[in-house]
Design a protein around this ligand. Structure first.
Ligand code: AGP
Length: 614
C-alpha cells in the first residue's frame, strides 16, 4: 500500500503530482505529501488525512511552486507510526538535502536506526522509511553520487520497498528502485513519470517500463538510465499500456460502491459474451493454457487469495469439486507463504486477486511457480504483477473498482470460477449433459435476476435502517453459501465498523450460540436446496434464544413468516448458482447501514484498496 508518484520534465509538476496521487488514493489515504524542486532548494509539503487536505495546504503556495517541473509525491497507508504530519512522506535526512518517498516495509529499520543514531543522525518520525533517508544521505556524503548511494544503500536494506529519492546537490534527478513492491516508469517527450501504478500517469503517456526488483533507475528530463543490481546498464522493455484514461465518475450515485453494485448485471453479461453463448454450446476459455490431456489428468488444485477474493476462492472450491471431482484446497495467501506447502508441477495453482498486486498472494504465487506449478491468475488487472507471473490469465474485466469494499470484482471473480469449473467439467466429462445445460441456461439469466433485486431495493433499505443501531451482527449459512455469509459479514464490518461475523450455521451450537440474546441480529442465508431444511432448524435454534431473526431467501414458504422478523426475498435460482444472487442484497445491506450511519463508504478508515505489504 502507499502510493508513489514522481515527475521530471518541463511541465508544472504540482498538478501532475496531485492528479497522480488522486489516482493512487485507493492505496491509502492516511496522509499525503510532495517534495518539489524550487529554484533554490527542494521544498516539502505534507498534510494529514485525505489528499484534499494537501491540496488546501498547497493552494497557499501556488505562485511560488508554479515554475517547478520536478518532484515526488506520496499517499500513505500507515504501517509504522500513526497517521500524523510528522510521519507523512516525503522524509528527509537531517540537513534536508535528501528527500525520499517509500512504499513497503523496511524490516531491519530498527538495526539501521541504531547504527545511524550512533553516527549522529536524529530521527524525527516513527516510520521505518526515515532510516532509509538517513542511510542514503550518509552514503551520499561519501560517494557524492545519488545513483551509486542508492545502489549501496539497497545492499543494507531488508524488506519490501519502492523508493523515489531526490537530492539538492543533484537537482535535476530522481533516483528510484524497488524490491517486491510495484514501480512503473512512464515515458513522455523529454519527460518521465514514475508511479506505483499506471493510472497515476496514463492520461499523459501509454509507453511504460515496469521496473524489476533491484534495478535502479535514474530519471532526468532528457535521459533515463536503468541499471541492474551490479550497476550494469540494461536495455529495458518498453510496453504499450492497454489502458485508456477514464474519468472516474459516480454517474449520479452517491458513492462509487453503490454505482459498482449496480454495474454487476452488465459485468456478468460481458464476462459471458463469447465464452458461454447458449445453454447447448461448449464453454470457450482459450485463456486456459493447459492441454486437454493435462486438464483431464489434473488431480489437485490449490487456490490462494486474501479477503474478498478468498471468499470467491472458497466458492470456487465448492463448484470445482462439485462439477469436476477434483480436490481443491483454498488458503489465505498470508498463511500459505509461511509453511511447508506441497504444491508441485502436478498441481494447478490459482491465484485470485482484484488488484493483482496483493503482496501475500504475489509471494505465494511466486513460491508455487518456483516449484513448477502451472499458475492461473484470476484478476481484474491484466497489467498487474500477478498477471505477469501467470501461465494462464483469466481477466475478469470488471472495470476499475474505486470503492475500497470489493463488490463487482467479487461477482466477476465468481462468474469466472463458474466458467472455469464448467470448462474443466466438459473436458473431464464429469457432469451429466442435462445438468450442464440447466446450469448454463440459468447462468444466462443471472443478470436479469440481479437487475430485479436492484430495482426493488426499498425492502433492503428498510432492513438496513431497522438494524443499523446494532453493535454486532451474525450471518449464518451452510454449504455453498457459507462463504457468502463470510463475505456479507466482511462487507458490513469494513464499511460500517459493526462487529459482524459469518458462521457455518451448523457450528452455531458449538459455541457462538452463547452470544445470542434479544439484541443480536442473525441473518440466515436460506436458499432452497440441499441444506435448506437443516438451516431452517439452525434458524429455529437461534430464534429460541431470542435473536432478532432476518431471512435472505428465495423461498415463499409461509412458515418463514413466524420464524423471521424480517424477510428479504430474492428471485428463484438453483442452489449451485445462488451465491451470485444472495450476495447482492448483502452488499446493499452493508452499503445502506454504513450510509445511514454516515460512514465514509468508499474510503473506510484504516483500509486501502491494494495491500502491497505482507
Ligand atoms: C474487500 O472488500 C477488501 N477490501 C479486501 O479484503 C480485499 O479483497 C483483499 O485485500 C484482497 O485484495 P485483492 O483481491 O486485490 O488481492
Amino acid at each position: 500500500m502507499c502510493g508513489i508518484v514522481g515527475y521530471v520534465g518541463h511541465k508544472p509538476v504540482v498538478d501532475i503530482l496531485l492528479d497522480g496521487l488522486a489516482q493512487l488514493e485507493y492505496r491509502g489515504y492516511d496522509s499525503s505529501g510532495i517534495a518539489v524542486k524550487c529554484s533554490d532548494s527542494i521544498k516539502v509539503y505534507k498534510a494529514e488525512g485525505k489528499l484534499a487536505n494537501l491540496r488546501d495546504e498547497l493552494s497557499f503556495h501556488a505562485y511560488e511552486l508554479s515554475k517547478s517541473t520536478m518532484g515526488i509525491g506520496h499517499i500513505r497507508w500507515a504501517t509504522h507510526g500513526a497517521p500524523t504530519v510528522i510521519n507523512a512522506h516525503p522524509h528527509t535526512c537531517n540537513c534536508g538535502n535528501l528527500v525520499i518517498v517509500h512504499n513497503g516495509i523496511i524490516e531491519n529499520y530498527k538495526e539501521l536506526k541504531a547504527e545511524l543514531e550512533a553516527k549522529g543522525c536524529i530521527f524525527k518520525s516513527q516510520t521505518d522509511t526515515e532510516s532509509v533517508a538517513h542511510l542514503v544521505a550518509s552514503i551520499y556524503a561519501e560517494v557524492k553520487d545519488l545513483t551509486k548511494a542508492v545502489h549501496l544503500a539497497t545492499q543494507k536494506i531488508q524488506g519490501a520497498y519502492a523508493l523515489c529519492i531526490m537530492h539538492n546537490d543533484e537537482p535535476n534527478k530522481i533516483v528510484a528502485t524497488k524490491r517486491n513492491a510495484p514501480l512503473v516508469i512512464g515515458l513522455g517527450e523529454n519527460e518521465f513519470y514514475i508511479a506505483s501504478d499506471v493510472p497515476a500517469f496514463i492520461k499523459h503517456t501509454k509507453r511504460a517500463i515496469y521496473l524489476e526488483d533491484n534495478q535502479v533507475a535514474t530519471l532526468t528530463p532528457d535521459k533515463l538510465i536503468i541499471e541492474d543490481e551490479n550497476s550494469a546498464k540494461i536495455e529495458p522493455k518498453v510496453e504499450l499500456l492497454p489502458w485508456e484514461s477514464v474519468a472516474l465518475s459516480k454517474m449520479g450515485y452517491k458513492h462509487f460502491m453503490l454505482k459498482e453494485i449496480h454495474e454487476q448485471p452488465d459485468i456478468i453479461r460481458n464476462i459471458l459474451v463469447g465464452k458461454l453463448k447458449t445453454s447447448d454450446s461448449e464453454i470457450e476459455l482459450n485463456e486456459v493454457n493447459l492441454t486437454k490431456e493435462t486438464l483431464k489428468n489434473l488431480n489437485r488444485i490449490q487456490v490462494i487469495a486474501c479477503g474478498t477474493s478468498l471468499h470467491a476462492a472458497m466458492i470456487g472450491k465448492y463448484i470445482i469439486e462439485n462439477f469436476c471431482s477434483i480436490p481443491v484446497d483454498v488458503e489465505a495467501s498470508s498463511e500459505y507463504i509461511y509453511r511447508k506447502t506441497v504444491t508441485d508441477k502436478h498441481t494447478l495453482v490459482i491465484g485470485v486477486s482484484q488488484s493483482g498486486e496483493t503482496a501475500d498472494t504475489l509471494t505465494a504465487i511466486k513460491q508455487s511457480k518456483a516449484r513448477g506449478s502451472h499458475i492461473l491468475i484470476i484478476t481484474n488487472r491484466p497489467d498487474s504483477a500477478m498477471a505477469r507471473e501467470a501461465d494462464s490469465l483469466l481477466s475478469v474485466n470488471a472495470g476499475i473498482e474505486v470503492s475500497v469494499a470489493a463488490t463487482k470484482s467479487y461477482i466477476a471473480q465468481l462468474t469466472s470460477f463458474y466458467l472455469l469449473a464448467l470448462y474443466m467439467a466438459e473436458i473431464k466429462g464429469t457432469m451429466k449433459s442435462d445438468d450442464l445445460r440447466n446450469i448454463k441456461s440459468e447462468m444466462l439469466l443471472l443478470p436479469q435476476k440481479i437487475e430485479q433485486i436492484l430495482s426493488h431495493k426499498e425492502e433492503i433499505q428498510k432492513c438496513a435502517r431497522k438494524y443499523s443501531g446494532t453493535r454486532d451482527f451474525i450471518y449464518i449459512a451452510r454449504g455453498i453459501n457459507y462463504p457468502t455469509a463470510l463475505e456479507g459479514a466482511l462487507k458490513l464490518k469494513e464499511i460500517s465498523y459493526i462487529n459482524a461475523t459469518g458462521y457455518p450455521a451448523g457450528e452455531l451450537k458449538h459455541g457462538p450460540i452463547a452470544m445470542l440474546d434479544e439484541t443480536m441480529p442473525v441473518l440466515s442465508i436460506l436458499m432452497k436446496g440441499s441444506v435448506y431444511e437443516k438451516l431452517l432448524s439452525n434458524s429455529e435454534e437461534a430464534k429460541a434464544r431470542n435473536a432478532r431473526m432476518i431471512a435472505l431467501t428465495n423461498s415463499t414458504d409461509p412458515k418463514l413468516d413466524d420464524l423471521f422478523d424480517f424477510i428479504i426475498r430474492v428471485p428463484e435460482v438453483m442452489e449451485l448458482l445462488s451465491p451470485l444472487i444472495a450476495m447482492i442484497p448483502l452488499q446493499l445491506i452493508a452499503y445502506y447501514i454504513a450510509e445511514f450511519l454516515g460512514k465514509d463508504v468508499d474510503q473506510p478508515r484504516n483500509l486501502a484498496k491494494s495491500v502491497t505489504v505482507e
